[in-house]
Design a protein around this ligand. Structure first.
Ligand SMILES: Cc1ncc(COP(=O)(O)O)c(C=O)c1O
Length: 291
């Protein structure tokens, strides 16, 4: 039985009880974060917390994030995942339980904090090296998806539409632009230039996206943050996704059409290697006390 964290306490998952009046349950009034751990070492945690704080500010939920790192580490340890190659901590904060109103509850209502951890794995090399398939699906989300809210129905419907067609993932299309995946950011390689959508209200500012951008620039690659038109997908040399549990994920086919020469392109492979090296550096730095 996994141990979860709910409102300040660790408990077996089947003892965790949440009120039916919780505004997360009734209204989707809340946020979430997913932070990866590599052999018990958090990766990008500061960035995840910064994004969470920004979301809390936008939603006007009053919650002090200073205890979150300790809670995440404790949860990983209590679930015996400290030496697991890859685990993650999911955390959700909602405005709390109150009689259902569209406006915010009056008086003091404590936010609900729920967190669990679990293992995840990178696809086997022979699977990763084949690349993945994607299907374009209309982006029916609201215009503030930069806030990581728990309202993921349009993402879930898009992913399901892709899955129904036998594709591994969805590419969301808004006004002719291939915006991002259902749960990952989207990238293209055109000649010697790596391209990804700029940060606007229409994409989630992915932590993995930020790290891969940094690595690409440090490696001297030409990088552009600009929208990628759907018509351009046919001319792309490479396409890939980035995300916490996807890391760097090559796309070999979109809507049944081969991307570039097919398989995994050199730039995608290089960025994936740089990303994994960065993970190793962070692990090593924690082990030597950050020096
Ligand atoms: C819509 C969407 N885009 C991008 C991402 C990737 O973000 P990150 O790299 O922080 O996991 C996610 C992750 O959940 C997502 O849901």
């Amino acid at each position: 039985m996994s141990i979860v964290f709910l409102n300040g306490e660790y408990m077996p998952k089947d003892e965790a009880k949440i009120s039916p009046d919780d505004r997360g349950f009734l209204l989707g009034d809340g946020l979430y974060e997913v932070t990866p751990f590599y052999q018990g070492v958090p990766f990008g945690l500061e960035d995840h917390l910064r994004r969470l704080m920004r979301g809390l500010c936008w939603l006007r939920i009053d919650y002090d994030v200073s205890g979150i790192e300790a809670m995440h580490r404790e949860l990983v340890a209590r679930n015996s995942l400290s030496s697991s190659d890859r685990s993650m901590v999911y955390m959700q904060i909602t405005r709390g339980a109150a009689p259902r109103t569209h406006y915010f509850p009056e008086g003091e209502v404590k936010p609900t904090i729920y967190s669990y951890t679990k293992e995840w794995s990178r696809p086997r090399d022979e699977v990763w090296n084949r690349g993945f398939t994607a299907k374009t699906v209309p982006d029916r989300r609201w215009s503030r998806v930069d806030i990581k809210t728990i309202c993921l129905l349009p993402n879930a419907l898009a992913f399901q539409a892709a899955k129904d067609e036998g594709a591994d993932d969805a590419i969301l299309v808004r006004d002719g632009v291939a915006i991002e995946g259902a749960h990952q950011n989207f990238w293209g390689v055109f000649g010697d230039t790596v391209v990804t959508h700029p940060i606007t209200g229409h994409i989630l500012p992915g932590i993995t996206r930020g790290i891969v951008l940094e690595e690409a620039r440090e490696a001297g690659m030409k990088v552009e943050e600009r929208p990628i038109q759907v018509e351009e997908l046919g001319f792309a040399d490479e396409l890939f996704f980035t995300g916490t549990t996807g890391e760097v994920r090559p796309i070999r086919e979109v809507d049944g059409l081969k991307v570039g020469k097919g398989g995994v392109g050199d730039v995608t492979k290089t960025l994936s290697d740089l990303f994994l090296e960065r993970v190793e550096k962070v692990k090593a730095s924690e082990r030597t006390g950050g020096s």
